[in-house]
Design a protein around this ligand. Structure first.
Ligand SMILES: C[S@@+](CC[C@H](N)C(=O)[O-])C[C@H]1O[C@@H](n2cnc3c(N)ncnc32)[C@H](O)[C@@H]1O
Length: 339
C-alpha cells in the first residue's frame, strides 16, 4: 500500500501518533527489555516501532505493543523534527519500504507455490505477519530468534490478551506458527527447526529481514549455505536484505557481514535466479519519497562500485533487497549493472 498521493506524507501535526494504552504488566515487560537486553535483541523493538509509526502505509496493529513506549516516543520525536525541517528523508522510511517490499515479495512467492508453503523467519524479532497476512492462511510459519526474544514475545502476547478489548488482532491468520528459540550462529539451529516440523523438501520462503549483517562473516555464510545445501533449492525462495561494506560502519559493534554484490555471491551457493533492488527503485519506492533529491535517489544515480559520494565524501551506505531462488531461469543481474 502506498500513500494516497504519491510523495505526499502526512505533516508533522497529522503524523499518526502512537496510542500508548499499555497495561502496567506490559510496561513492566518493556522495562525488562530496556534493562536486561543487549542492543541486538532490542533492535527487534526498534523495527516494531518503525512499523507502528508508519501505520498509514504499514498495517501492523500489534507493532505498538511489541515496540514499547520508549522506542515509539523516540522515533515519533525524530519524525516530527524531520517533518518540521522538511528533511529529504523521514526517519523510519527505510523500514517502511523494507517491510512493504518483503510483504509484496512474500505474497508473490507464496502464490507461486499455489498458496501453501513453509515460511521461515530468521531473526524474527517482533514480526507479526503470522497474525495479519491473509496470504499466509495456508502456510506453516516458523519464527527463529534468541530464547529471550521468543519467550518475551509469548509473554507480551499473553499480557495483551488480558488487556486488549479487541482480541481478534491476536488470532493467528497463518495455518500454524512455531517459535524456535535458537542462536543461528550455533550449528544446530537447523536441526531444531526440523524438530519443530519443518520439512526441507517442501516449498519454503525464507525471510532474512534485518538479520544477516548482525552475524560475523563466516557464520552468515554458514547460514546461507545451510539453507542452500539442506533444502530443495528449486522449491526455495530466499528474501533478504544485505548491507554493503560501507553500511556496516554505521554500527561497528553490531554490524559485521556485508556483501557489495549479493547477486554474485548467492549463485556461488547454488541460487540460479537472483534479483536485487535498491531503496527507491520502482519496486522499492511505494510513493514514500517526497523529495526527488533524497539520499536514495542520489545513491541510485552512482555506480555501485563507488564507496564514497563524490560531492561530499560521505560513505555510500546501501541496503540491498534481494530475492533468490533455484528456478532454472537465467540469473538476473542488478539494475545498476555490475556486469
Ligand atoms: C533488527 S531485528 C529484525 C527483526 C525482524 N526481522 C524485523 O524485521 O522486525 C534483528 C533480530 O535478529 C535477532 N538476532 C540477531 N542475531 C541473532 C542470532 N545470532 N540468532 C537468532 N536471532 C538473532 C535479534 O534478536 C533481533 O530480534
Amino acid at each position: 500500500m502506498a500513500c494516497q498521493e504519491n510523495g505526499n506524507l502526512p505533516d508533522h501535526q497529522n503524523w499518526p501518533c502512537p496510542g500508548l494504552l499499555f497495561s502496567e504488566a506490559i510496561r513492566e515487560l518493556h522495562a525488562t527489555i530496556a534493562n536486561d537486553w543487549d542492543s541486538v535483541k532490542q533492535s527487534a523493538c526498534q523495527t516494531a516501532a518503525g512499523r507502528a509509526l508508519w501505520k498509514h502505509v504499514v498495517h501492523d496493529p500489534l507493532a505498538e505493543l511489541f515496540a514499547g513506549e520508549t522506542y515509539l516516543k523516540s522515533l515519533y520525536e525524530k519524525i516530527k523534527k524531520d517533518r518540521l525541517n522538511n528533511a529529504r528523508e523521514v526517519s523510519g522510511v527505510i523500514l517502511a519500504v523494507r517491510t512493504l517490499w518483503f510483504e509484496s515479495k512474500l505474497e508473490a512467492a507464496v502464490n507461486s507455490f499455489g498458496g501453501g508453503a513453509q515460511v521461515v523467519l530468521l531473526g524474527a524479532g517482533m514480526d507479526t505477519r503470522a497474525y495479519r497476512l491473509e496470504c499466509l492462511k495456508q502456510c506453516d510459519v516458523y519464527e527463529i530468534d534468541f530464547p529471550e526474544v521468543m519467550q518475551m514475545k509469548d509473554t507480551l502476547l499473553k499480557a495483551a490478551m488480558e488487556s486488549i478489548d479487541d482480541a481478534s488482532q491476536l488470532t493467528l491468520t497463518a495455518k500454524s506458527l512455531k517459535r524456535i528459540a535458537a542462536d543461528i550462529r550455533d550449528e544446530d539451529w537447523f536441526k531444531q527447526l526440523q524438530a519443530s516440523g519443518f520439512i526441507p523438501e517442501k516449498n519454503t520462503v525464507w525471510i532474512l529481514e534485518g538479520i544477516i549483517y548482525y552475524l560475523p562473516h563466516s557464520q552468515a555464510m554458514e547460514v546461507l549455505k545451510t539453507i542452500a545445501n539442506h533444502c530443495s533449492i528449486t522449491q526455495t525462495v530466499l528474501l533478504g536484505d544485505f548491507m554493503n561494506k560501507q553500511s556496516t560502519t554505521l554500527s561497528a559493534t553490531n554490524f559485521h557481514f556485508y556483501s557489495d554484490w549479493p547477486e554474485h555471491l548467492l549463485p556461488t551457493l547454488g541460487f540460479s535466479d537472483v534479483t536485487l533492488s535498491q531503496i527507491g527503485d520502482p519496486d522499492a519506492d511505494y510513493g514514500l519519497f517526497h523529495d526527488p533529491l533524497n539520499l536514495f535517489n542520489r545513491l541510485r544515480g552512482l555506480p555501485r562500485s563507488i564507496q564514497n559520494h563524490p560531492d561530499d565524501g560521505t560513505p555510500c551506505c546501501r541496503l540491498y533487497l534481494v530475492q533468490a531462488s533455484g528456478s532454472p531461469k537465467n540469473q538476473t543481474i542488478s539494475r545498476n549493472g555490475s556486469s
